[in-house]
Design a binder for this molecule. Structure first.
Ligand SMILES: [Zn+2]
Length: 524
């Protein structure tokens, strides 16, 4: 077979087998005009073919086709089964994932799909003998054909320019679901982002930070939640009692809080960066010190304990410890730990603390798709549950029950942490909790999270946030209580975390915006 025919067949194969969502969108968008649908299909084929032809080099063509076939099969699966768009942020999440996290997505149906639509055609490509062709005429033919194909694509789109321009501008879900174009674009854009980030050396920031003298050592706990959507919190009006314990604690709950992103890889660096949602970019954030560095400038001890996918680079200079690597058999029965482990670890440390300390507990929260692993058997309040990570094997009620159990377990874990902090009379303690993003539970065909901003539903962007102050912290922050009540009635965002953690820790610095500090009101 010639390289050219191989590329043609691979293009047609991927367009046909990895693009159910894409064709679904195209069918809906061009429902009024079969002619436009046909023109669009031809244009997309010409564009893909023109790009793929650039890989026609004798040494390159087979490995490139194999990689693209595997990529299209893999990302097409997540797009078609879960509505997950494979873009730059999703590539970043894939790069930052852990083997445990990834293993829950590798189900038997996925393996079968990959075998049939990825591995099998890849093997055919690998063993197919390629025709030896003279280099120069072949190159000329390929370049000519690629240019022709590209020109044809432009011509087809220009034939109904107004319509296609409007579609590309307004229907972003169309091209972001195209395989393998979208993931390839995502990878290129990810590499560009990493290059912009440079060598990872961060410039110093907030060097003026000082800790106010205090009567007792302060312990500030930031519980960083995972995949908890506020719509399933009883404290925000959910019909089920998912907050039996926190309802009895003296906390301030922020029921309308918007996350910086829809995935861990965006939200976590963003909330520590101090840039705020509007200004944040990954490359800017890695080139400047963050909240944790400022706390250290102020002389505080900083600890990051993780049961999740790590600090996403945030704790690079202060260090982080992954507790899942040394599992406690009681709290990690399946080899995966529940968040109570973090509380117990901190409880054990508390009596020994003599200096001002900020602890970030990066919880596993409601991380999917294996919600059932996030709580121990006694945490199954709502039944029947879905005791597998394969959504296809459960009905909608089971999935929601299991997810709600993770919220109720988070409620228990936060309440337990508050009780332990309240019992530490020797320390001046406070706690802030916020989830990094929400979760889709099948609404509009979407599952999990990570949707691009243009299409992210509120279940992925609205997160619970809450704050608790010990008597010592209340005495130290006299205006805080009325102010918190006032701010809890207003919309908030992750932007509040940066100045609020500094305030709780007793740190002053010119780089914190007091207007965003939840404990500070202009009048107080
Ligand atoms: Zn997350």
């Amino acid at each position: 077979m010639s390289a050219l025919l191989l590329i043609l067949l691979c293009t047609l194969f991927m367009m046909a087998t990895a693009n159910a969502t894409f064709w679904g969108h195209a069918w809906r968008i061009f429902a009024d005009s079969p002619r436009a649908l046909l023109t669009f299909t031809a244009a997309i084929f010409c564009l893909t073919f023109a790009m793929m032809l650039l890989l026609a080099n004798r040494w390159l063509v087979k490995p490139a086709m194999i990689l693209l076939l595997l990529l299209a099969a893999a990302s097409g699966w997540f797009q078609d089964q879960m509505g997950v768009v494979i873009d730059r942020e999703m590539i970043q999440n894939v790069v930052n994932t852990t083997t445990t996290e990834a293993s829950h997505l590798l189900t038997l149906p996925y393996a079968l799909h990959m075998a049939l639509f990825g591995v099998l055609p890849a093997l055919v490509v690998a063993f197919l003998p390629l025709k030896r062709e003279r280099a120069l005429p072949k190159t000329l033919r390929i370049v000519g054909l690629s240019a022709l194909s590209f020109t044809l694509c432009i011509g087809l789109l220009l034939s109904d320019y107004a319509r296609f321009a409007a579609v590309f501008r307004e229907q972003k879900e169309l091209m972001t679901s195209y395989q393998p174009g979208a993931p390839v674009e995502g990878m290129v854009s990810y590499v560009k982002m990493m290059l912009r980030a440079g060598n990872g050396v961060a410039t110093a920031w907030g060097l003026d930070a000082k800790t106010r003298p205090g009567a007792k050592p302060r312990l500030t706990v930031f519980m960083l939640g995972e995949t908890s959507r506020v719509q399933n919190w009883a404290l925000a009006g959910y019909a089920r009692d998912t907050n039996p314990e926190l309802a009895k604690r003296d906390i301030t709950f922020f029921a309308d809080t918007t996350a910086c992103g829809t995935s861990t890889a965006v939200s976590v660096p963003c909330m520590f960066s101090g840039f705020g949602e509007k200004e944040y970019s990954y490359s800017k954030a890695v080139r400047r010190e963050n909240l944790l560095d400022i706390l250290r400038h102020a002389g505080q001890d900083v600890i990051w304990w993780d049961l999740n996918t790590g600090s996403q680079g945030v704790a690079k200079r202060v260090g982080e410890e992954h507790l899942g690597k040394n599992p406690d058999p009681a709290l990690c029965p399946t080899g995966e730990c529940t968040d109570e482990l973090l509380v117990n670890r901190l409880s054990a440390l508390m009596p020994t603390l003599t200096r001002d300390t900020v602890v970030v507990l990066h919880t596993i929260g409601s991380h999917g798709p294996s919600y059932y692993l996030r709580y121990p058997p006694e945490g199954a309040r709502f039944t029947p549950t879905c005791d597998t990570g394969e959504f296809a094997r459960c009905n909608a009620d089971q999935i929601v029950n299991t997810y709600d159990n993770t919220i109720a377990w988070t409620d228990h874990v936060i309440a337990l942490m508050i009780d332990r902090l309240a019992a530490q009379d020797r320390l001046d303690t406070s706690l802030i909790y916020a989830s990094d993003h929400g979760e889709s539970l099948g609404e509009d065909g979407l599952w999990l999270h990570g949707a691009p901003r243009f299409m992210a539903p509120e279940v992925q962007t609205k997160v619970p946030m809450l704050l608790w102050l010990s008597d010592d912290a209340r005495a130290r922050l006299p205006g805080a209580i009325p102010c918190l009540a006032q701010k809890a009635r207003l919309p908030q965002s992750h932007d509040a975390i940066f100045p609020t953690v500094l305030a709780l820790a007793g740190v002053t610095t010119a780089v914190a915006n007091p207007a965003q500090d939840l404990t500070h009101c202009a009048a107080s």
